[in-house]
Design a binder for this molecule. Structure first.
Ligand SMILES: [Zn+2]
Length: 230
């Protein structure tokens, strides 16, 4: 049965860069994939642009990326740099998880250089709770979320360690084509995004004997393994 995967990023670009290869693979296998950007990342405005124009452009880029990999894009309207883990943000995201009937959620690791990323982690953690809780009064039924994992993002490095490893070799060419729709992939003066995430996929892939891999982290409690006997 087809699954629905929601990838949540603090800014347009985060989910597409860190989860995009796995999303593209799932879309190729017939699953529904959705990127949810909690802000449009509009304050990384390039010279010569207004913040408002860059915001609109980023929303269009996210939609083009999603279309190319066979998915959907949602960009929320919280201003870039002003993301806080309020109950309002959590319930808004939880409602999306219920609306899309998410089976799996990908999101930011808990520690980051960027405060919006840390807020995005907490918002998503609590949204998963509100979206899954059957006794939480809501017009939509609970989302059937079975898996949630944290993406490997260059800004979210403190204490991140890869736990889940996915072979994304078959989806890599599609992702590479799609990610060029995002302005920052090749044009950011502060970080070589495409180059970094392509290289990371090669390094991670080498460790599991494939051409390209994407890794995700998880909390210590999710690593518990129940065994009966050796
Ligand atoms: Zn970001």
């Amino acid at each position: 049965m087809a699954k629905t995967i929601l990838a949540v990023g603090a800014h347009t670009g985060d989910a597409q860069l860190t989860c995009g290869m796995l999303l593209a693979k799932h879309a190729m296998h017939g699953d529904r994939v959705v990127t949810v950007d909690l802000t449009a990342g509009e304050r990384g405005t390039p010279a010569g642009w207004t913040v408002a124009d860059f915001r609109q452009y980023n929303i269009e880029c996210a939609a083009r990326f999603a279309k190319k990999i066979g998915g959907e894009s949602v960009v929320l309207d919280t201003p870039d740099g002003e993301l806080y883990d309020t109950k309002e943000e959590e319930l808004r995201l939880a409602a999306l998880m219920r609306e899309y009937r998410a089976d799996a959620v990908l999101y930011h690791w808990k520690n980051s250089l960027h405060k919006d990323h840390e807020a995005a982690h907490r918002i998503t953690d609590n949204a998963i709770f509100y979206a899954s809780l059957p006794t939480f009064e809501h017009p939509l039924p609970p989302a059937p979320i079975r898996r949630f994992m944290c993406a490997e993002n260059w800004e979210d490095e403190p204490d991140f360690s890869p736990y889940y490893w996915f072979d994304v070799t078959e989806a890599f060419p599609l992702w590479k084509e799609a990610i060029k729709e995002l302005w920052l992939a090749e044009h950011s003066a502060s970080f070589k995004y495409l180059r970094y995430y392509e290289a990371l996929s090669v390094v991670r892939g080498a460790r599991i004997g494939v051409d390209h891999a994407t890794c995700f982290g998880t909390s210590p409690t999710a690593k518990r393994q129940k065994l009966d006997l050796l």
